[in-house]
Design a protein around this ligand. Structure first.
Ligand code: IPM
Ligand code: MG
Length: 353
């Protein structure tokens, strides 16, 4: 029998990126052995480490490796070391370049509260939350025209019909697979792009009549998310609003070190998977970073890019098990349970598999 083999591009990046990716690779290997498929990794540089080596954050070589993979796992990019480089070559440019060049327009950011970690939730009495943020990732103000004028500067929010429609449809599809509630977040009282979003949502809702749709302005949405987090299911929104809301949702779950993400393009194209947390330069190299967000990102990869749903489920259950058993890295340690290192957490997940 020929074993299925998947090509994975590994971008460890900067700060704690290499540590958490190393942990995740061990977990992926353990799962693939159990499920009878192989993973072939190709490492490549992006972000600060690429600036150090090649003078630019994202090379064609890295892009080509990514384009020719089944999926990409990314740790984190950036850090204070590169804070003063020219804006055109900042480490973040690597992320934006990968998203744009790989056509990763759909960013899935689940914010799930783990029962075992509900103590860390900053909202009194809240013990569950399960929200999926679907963020448009290759348009809007992130990629609109920008520049300097004689006496100022400008950035522009621009969206085509097509860009809005494809992400709105994603939002509806994910809502259909969950509890059939979709919240659209915008600023339609001010922005013309938002008014177009609303028209397109109204139009698309005819094709998804089972889904109930709620519209919220971004300012109100940030309040409602704190006030009644359990009432949200799927949220679809623009690039910038999704950036902001996903940090807020993450903080409500109490543990930003736990949040995975997937960035997807058209079917059949490689997806990119990464923890939502950043490169955490203050703890880099100490072996104490929480590898779970990256490990959970691998579960998303198995599900969305490789179609290995059982493997994904195995990882998710193993993470549940270690949390229930009381293992805690420093970021989620609140005085109870056992304080562990990156490596100990990784080994525990592998054992729980
Ligand atoms: C994120 C980050 C990035 C973004 C930055 C690093 C460019 O905040 O992935 O949420 O704004 O998209
Ligand atoms: Mg962000």
């Amino acid at each position: 029998m020929i074993m299925k083999e998947y090509k994975i591009a590994l971008i460890k990046g900067d700060g704690i990126g290499p540590e958490v990716v190393d942990g995740a690779v061990k977990v992926m290997d353990a799962v693939s052995r159990k499920k009878g498929f192989t993973l072939k990794y190709t490492e490549c540089l992006a972000g600060g480490c690429s600036i150090d080596r090649y003078g630019i954050p994202l090379t064609d070589e890295t892009l080509n490796i990514c384009k020719n993979s089944d999926a990409i796992l990314l740790g984190a990019v950036g850090g204070p070391k590169w804070d003063n480089v020219d804006a055109s070559i900042r480490p973040e440019k690597a992320l934006l370049g990968l998203r744009k060049e790989l056509g990763l327009y759909s960013n899935l950011r689940p914010a799930l509260m783990y029962k075992a970690l509900s103590d860390a939730c900053p909202i009194k009495g809240l013990d569950s939350m399960d929200v999926l943020i679907v963020r448009e990732l290759t348009g809007g103000i992130y990629f609109g025209r920008r520049g300097r004028t004689e006496n100022g500067a400008f950035d522009t929010e621009e969206y085509s019909d097509y860009e809005i429609r494809r992400i709105v449809r994603e939002g509806f599809r994910y809502a259909m697979g969950r509890s059939k509630r979709l919240t659209v977040v915008d600023k339609a009282n001010v922005l013309e792009t938002s008014r177009l979003w609303r028209e397109i949502v109204a139009n698309e809702s005819g094709n998804f009549s089972e889904v109930s749709v709620e519209f919220l302005y971004i300012d109100n949405a940030t309040m409602q998310l704190i006030g009644r987090p359990q009432s949200f299911d799927v949220i679809v929104t623009s690039n910038m609003f999704g950036d902001i809301l996903s940090d807020e949702a993450g903080q409500i779950t109490g543990s930003v070190g736990m949040l995975p993400s997937a960035s997807l393009g058209d079917p059949g194209k490689p997806g990119m998977y990464e923890p939502v947390h950043g490169s955490a330069p203050d703890i880099a190299g100490k072996g104490i970073a929480n590898p779970l967000a990256t490990i959970l990102s691998c579960a998303m990869m198995f599900k969305w890019s490789l179609g290995e749903d059982e493997a994904a489920q195995m990882i998710n259950s193993a993470v549940d098990t270690v949390l229930e058993a009381g293992l805690r890295t420093a970021d989620i340690y609140k005085g109870e349970g056992r304080l562990v290192t990156t490596e100990e957490m990784t080994s525990a997940v592998i054992e729980a598999l």
